[in-house]
Structure formats: structure tokens, C-alpha cells
Design a protein around this ligand. Structure first.
Ligand code: BGC
Length: 440
């Protein structure tokens, strides 16, 4: 049996990530609640309902779980729809609750990272045209100001917007997120506003809290052409440009370059203190002019890749290395803000987790500056248009009874966080199949 430990750097952040609408429950004032009420929008007609009942107070027990499992950080999001239920009203009670959550994390010596927009808005914002309406940039900046003023005693690590690329793609190209549009024109308009809103938020936060570290959680996917055909290579290039590069490149050089639409957004330059990276999997891309809402391409996983329960994610840890290399072009420290797999039986997760963390360790050892890792997710939660059909938690959730079910991966991750490294013993205990990858 091989021996050895792959240590991570001192002070490495180890946590899990969650998002308000997915865990809080009982929110009837946001775009996702309305979407859930429409027939055919969510798989099986599932509803978020109580979700993980965090609004009812169960965040306390879940934070205890994370703390006892040696996590030293947690990424959560706050709901704009709760804090500003109508355009002319701030709900101080909602802010108090979020303050309380952050305070409790601090008391447990867990560094909070707060996301200010994670896929949902108040209904009144949607009624004015949502992110297609330029006015949203100012409105978002006001919401950020109010929230950061209230929460800054307890947090200095901020994500302005979660996955602006997934939001644009799912809500305005594929049409599976509200408002369910399929229009490249609308998608690019929304992306432009998301970039401007991010840049405004960046400055608003720094005015309130000069020492703040502000970033975006970018969803990176490796897109490779499925064949040598030039059209497939072109399609992979389109995906890389519109999905991976558009948002962060605009923050780097001030040029919004969406192939068919190019202009300057100078205010966006330099508005990141770190690069947040969400990495789950990578795709092979084939040209298909008629792929609906798919930017001329059809995506699939490589033959033979091991797939998650519903086939949503392929275990491709080499993509983690590509992701970090790609993220390093911005010349800033990086944090893995999400990574995980849906797996109710916890059969693939231990191997997926170990192989992705090993890939991360390798790239850090090549002197790429990555300062933390947040696993998606702490507890099973409401998976957007896929409802409750996918289970990403280290802890399972019985939605009816609210019982939490500890999966072996919760213990595996606790060992890694506690050691600040991956030992051969841990690999052998939790995923012996991964030994040949980690300790060949
Ligand atoms: C999102 C999460 C989501 C996860 C798994 C990410 O794209 O940020 O909200 O739950 O993927 O589907």
C-alpha cells in the first residue's frame, strides 16, 4: 500500500457552496418561484417548497455539520427579492437574518463568501424586463450598496454575480431558466448589462469596504471540437468565445467581443480582485446549424467517460487543470467557487472529488495561485429546472421530513479539510479505484 500525502498550501480555504433559492425555501417573491408554478418548466413538476428550510432556521444545523466536518469557509448567496421585496422597500428583518448567518459562520471560524446574485431576481425586476432593461444596472448597484453596508462587518469576500455565462445561456438561449427566451440578441444585451452591473457593484463594494476582495464565479467548460472538421473547430471556438471568454475578457481589456457584436465597456476594466472558477465538466462540440438555442452546436461527452447518475456530468478531472490555466490569464489569485457531482448513492462522488482535488493539487504545484476550494454542495438542494432529481450534497436530504443523511463523501471531505491534504489512506478507504490515479 503506497504512503504519502499531497498537502495544500497553508491557509487554503476549504468549504462548500450554496445558493439562496436552492436552500432557503418559502420565497414566493422571486422569478424562480413564479417559474415553478408554470406547467412543464421543472422536471416532474417539482417545487422548491421548503427547500432545505434555511429560512426556517435549519442553516444553523447545516453550518454545524460543515464546521464539525473541518470546513473553514462557506459560500452562500443572499436573495435580492427578500432584501428589497418592492422597489420602494427594504426589509431590515431579512438583512438581520443574513447578518446572523454570517456572524455564526465567523464564530465558527468559517470565512463567509457572499454571492449577491445567483440566478434569481425579485418579481418586480422581472416585470420591468429583468436584465434586458438597462435600468437594472442602477437597481442592482443600489441593492448591493444596501446589502454590503449591512453585512460588511462580517464578510470581506464577495461574488457579485454567479455564472453570468450560464445565466445568459440558460435563460436567454436555451430558455430553461426564467424568462425562457431563445434569442441571441437578447442574450448579448443581458450579458452587456451583467458586465456593467458587476463593474458598478465592484466599485460600490470597494467604496464601502476598501479591503474587500471582489470577484465573479465564472463557469468554465472545456470545449473541444468533436472531429477534425473545420466547422466543428469553428463551433468550439464560438463556444469558447461566447461562453467562457466574453465576460472575463471584457473585465480584462474593456472590449465586449461577441463575434457579431463588438464595443467597448471601459468601466469594466480591472474590476476583479480574484477569479472565481466553477468547474464541473467539459464538452465535445459538433456543428449543427439547427441546434435550438445552442449557438450552432451540439454538445456531448467523450466516449467512455464515466457519467453521473442522470448523465449530467462526466468525470473529466483534467478539465480542472485546463480551467485553472485558463483562469490564470487574468493575472489574479483564483478560487474554485464550485465543483461537484450529482450522485444520490455516492458511488461516483468520492472518486470524482479525489481526482478533481488531485488535479488541483498538481496545478497548484506548478505555481498557479489557487487559494481555496468550495464543493457544490453541503446538502442536496433544489436544482433549478432539474428540481429534486439531482442530488449534489455531501449530505443527502429527505425533502418530506427534512432529515439529513450523511454520505461517505462528507467524511472523506472532512478528512481532506482536516489534514489540508489528501493521504493515500484516505484514498484507499473511500475510493480505492482512484489509487491508481493518485498514487500509481
Ligand atoms: C450553479 C448551481 C447549481 C450547480 C449544479 C452551477 O452551475 O451555480 O446553482 O446547483 O451548477 O447544477
Amino acid at each position: 500500500m503506497p504512503k504519502g500525502i499531497y498537502y495544500f498550501t497553508e491557509g487554503f480555504l476549504w468549504g462548500t457552496a450554496t445558493a439562496a433559492h436552492q436552500v432557503e425555501g418559502r420565497n414566493q417573491n422571486n422569478t424562480w418561484y413564479a417559474w415553478e408554478q408554470e406547467e412543464g418548466r421543472i422536471l416532474n413538476g417539482d417545487k422548491s417548497g421548503l427547500a432545505c428550510d434555511w429560512w426556517g432556521g435549519r442553516w444553523r444545523e447545516d453550518f454545524d455539520r460543515a464546521y464539525e466536518a473541518n470546513q473553514n469557509a462557506h459560500r452562500l448567496s443572499i436573495a435580492w427579492s427578500r432584501i428589497q421585496p418592492t422597489p420602494d422597500r427594504w426589509d431590515e428583518g431579512a438583512l438581520d437574518r443574513y447578518r446572523e448567518m454570517l456572524k455564526r459562520l465567523r464564530e465558527r471560524n468559517m470565512a463567509p463568501m457572499v454571492t449577491l446574485h445567483h440566478f434569481s431576481e425579485p418579481l418586480w425586476v422581472a416585470e420591468m424586463g429583468g436584465w434586458e432593461n438597462e435600468a437594472v444596472v442602477d437597481l442592482f448597484a443600489r441593492f448591493v450598496k444596501k446589502s454590503v453596508e449591512a453585512l460588511e462587518p462580517f464578510c470581506d469576500l464577495w461574488i457579485t454575480i454567479n455564472e453570468p455565462n450560464v445565466y445568459m445561456y440558460s435563460a436567454y438561449l436555451e430558455g430553461v431558466f426564467p424568462p425562457g427566451k431563445r434569442s441571441l440578441k437578447a442574450a448579448l444585451r443581458v450579458m452587456d448589462h451583467l458586465i456593467r452591473a458587476h463593474a458598478r457593484a465592484y466599485h460600490v463594494i470597494h467604496e464601502i469596504q476598501p479591503e474587500a476582495r471582489v470577484g465573479v464565479a465564472l463557469h468554465y467548460r472545456g470545449f473541444k471540437p468533436a472531429t477534425w472538421l473545420p466547422v466543428d473547430r469553428w463551433t468550439a471556438g464560438v463556444y469558447n468565445t461566447l461562453f467562457n471568454d466574453l465576460f472575463p475578457r471584457t473585465l480584462k481589456d474593456g472590449v465586449f467581443n461577441a463575434i457579431c457584436k463588438k464595443h467597448r465597456i471601459s468601466d469594466a476594466v480591472g474590476t476583479q480582485d480574484f477569479v472565481g472558477l466553477n468547474y464541473y465538466s467539459s464538452d465535445r462540440v459538433r456543428f449543427d446549424l439547427f441546434a435550438p438555442g445552442k449557438i450552432f452546436g451540439h454538445r456531448s461527452y467523450p466516449d467512455g467517460a464515466s457519467l453521473s447518475e442522470s448523465g449530467f456530468i462526466a468525470n473529466l478531472p483534467e478539465g480542472m487543470i485546463e480551467c485553472v490555466k485558463w483562469g490564470s490569464q487574468f493575472g489574479l489569485p483564483m478560487i474554485i467557487t464550485e465543483n461537484g457531482v450529482e450522485d444520490s448513492e455516492d458511488t461516483l462522488r468520492p472518486q470524482y472529488l479525489l481526482e478533481h482535488l488531485y488535479a488541483l493539487w498538481q496545478i497548484i504545484n506548478d505555481n498557479y495561485l489557487v487559494k481555496g476550494y468550495f464543493h457544490w454542495s453541503l446538502v442536496d438542494n433544489f436544482e433549478w429546472e432539474r428540481g429534486w432529481t439531482q442530488r449534489f450534497g455531501l449530505w443527502g436530504l429527505d425533502v418530506e421530513t427534512q432529515a439529513r443523511i450523511r454520505r461517505p463523501s462528507a467524511d472523506l471531505y472532512a478528512e481532506i479539510c482536516g489534514l489540508n491534504g489528501i493521504s493515500a489512506e484516505v484514498v484507499e478507504t473511500y475510493a480505492p479505484d482512484a489509487l491508481k490515479v493518485l498514487f500509481p
